[in-house]
Ligand binder design. Structure first.
Ligand SMILES: Cc1ncc(COP(=O)(O)O)c(C=O)c1O
Length: 380
């Protein structure tokens, strides 16, 4: 049985498709493609869904991080501590403002920023830290803040990169409300995926929300009057309508992802694979944007899965401190050992809500055949 890594159609079932077309038809009728009523409605729904006071829809998750960093006062020359093992945009957002990404290592179990490594990178110029809730697993934001502030000797601003973590909840509270401000992505493959590029920011601070509202639209308070130079980071009404439709199903989708992760864990141990591969821990607040294992002989396994029609992906093959565009920052191989090891070992299996139990059985069966070709793969 073939199992594609991702199939966008899972969230376009007949009911949803019709509802979405009705919402889009309403937009064609009212014609407010920019700043239409759907945007404010989405922001209101996001606040209630996430339990935060302010949400602002914006163009995508990368711009959401730039907006957040700019709003908290990150300027050229400031240092911002980020994990090296994350999607490029985490550090790219810092660099886009002329600030300096300072790379720290990850915890080998959660794959999120390691508080001790972050503290070791803190200094006089540290302005902010970006914990990333990688794969949908909440980072230890409180511990990171305490460790970095103690090492830096001053307060730092926490900007959450919650791009992969919509609906995730840590023991400290919902992701998106753990720092000063958070950036989320609604890239189509994300847990809350749009039909194109989209994202949003959240904050509990009304002054920050107000500043981001202005910055999102060229820094203007009233039309054609600009207090500062901002951006065009608006979200269009068609995307907001798509997200409104998806948001209604998100609890269900996130629960399905968690259930799939538990099932994968059981299948791996039924096949005796749990001493060969390292499966992620299924914590209650994890939303499993990705289901990521550490595996031996990764490239061969990927090829065998592909042969069996099973998709997989590597998030991420090159840690950011080893990216050519950051070479001038002077990092070398071996500087961040856990990030480098994760980049060599991780493999993501298909996890979106369209991957049913039978498909998961096929995925793990194919893995079992690869690692123990002589054993029959009939376990359920
Ligand atoms: C951790 C992380 N940060 C930021 C982003 C950027 O989001 P977008 O692709 O919507 O710009 C992504 C998206 O892949 C991400 O995974």
């Amino acid at each position: 049985m073939g199992v594609p890594f991702f199939d966008i159609r899972y969230n376009l079932g007949p009911g949803e498709r019709e509802a979405l077309l009705r919402r889009w038809a309403a937009i064609l009728d009212h014609g407010r493609f920019i700043n239409g009523p759907e945007v404010a409605e989405l922001e209101d729904h996001l606040c209630r869904f996430l339990g935060v006071e302010h949400a602002l829809a914006c163009s995508n998750g990368s711009d959401a991080l730039v907006l957040a960093l700019k709003a908290v006062g990150v300027e050229a020359g400031d240092e911002v501590i980020v994990p090296s093992f994350t999607f490029f945009a985490t550090a790219g957002a810092v660099a886009r403002l002329g600030a300096v990404p300072v790379f720290a290592d990850i915890d080998p179990v959660s794959y999120c920023l390691d508080p001790e490594s972050a503290a070791a990178k803190a200094g006089r110029r540290t302005k902010a830290v970006i914990p990333v809730h990688l794969y949908g697993q909440p980072a230890e934001v409180g511990a990171i803040r305490r460790a970095v502030e103690q090492a830096a000797g001053h307060e730092v601003v926490i900007v959450e990169d919650a791009a992969q973590a919509v609906g995730a909840v840590s023991p400290e509270g919902p992701c998106g409300g753990l720092g000063a401000v958070a950036g989320f992505s609604c890239f189509p493959t994300k847990n809350l995926g749009a039909c194109g590029d989209a994202g949003f920011v959240t904050t509990r601070d009304p002054a920050l929300a107000e500043r981001m509202r202005r910055l999102r639209e060229h820094g203007g308070g009233t039309q054609y009057h600009h207090d500062e130079v901002g951006f065009n980071f608006r979200q269009d009404s068609l995307q907001a309508a798509a997200l409104l439709e998806r948001l209604d199903h998100l609890l269900e989708y996130n629960a399905a992802r968690r259930e799939a992760a538990e099932h994968y864990g059981r299948l791996l141990s039924d096949h005796g694979l749990d001493d060969r591969v390292t499966a992620p821990t299924v914590t209650p607040g994890h939303v499993f944007h990705q289901y990521v294992l550490r595996v031996p002989r990764r490239e061969e396994l990927r090829a065998a899965l592909q042969e069996a029609g099973i998709g997989s992906a590597i998030y991420y093959p090159v840690p950011l401190h080893r990216q050519p565009c950051f070479a001038a920052l002077g990092y070398a191989e071996g500087d961040l050992a856990e990030s480098e090891r994760a980049a060599r070992e991780v493999l993501a299996l298909p996890i979106h809500p369209g991957v049913d139990a039978e498909m998961r059985v096929a995925v793990v069966g194919a893995m079992a055949s690869f690692y123990s070709p002589s054993r029959p793969s009939c376990l359920r």
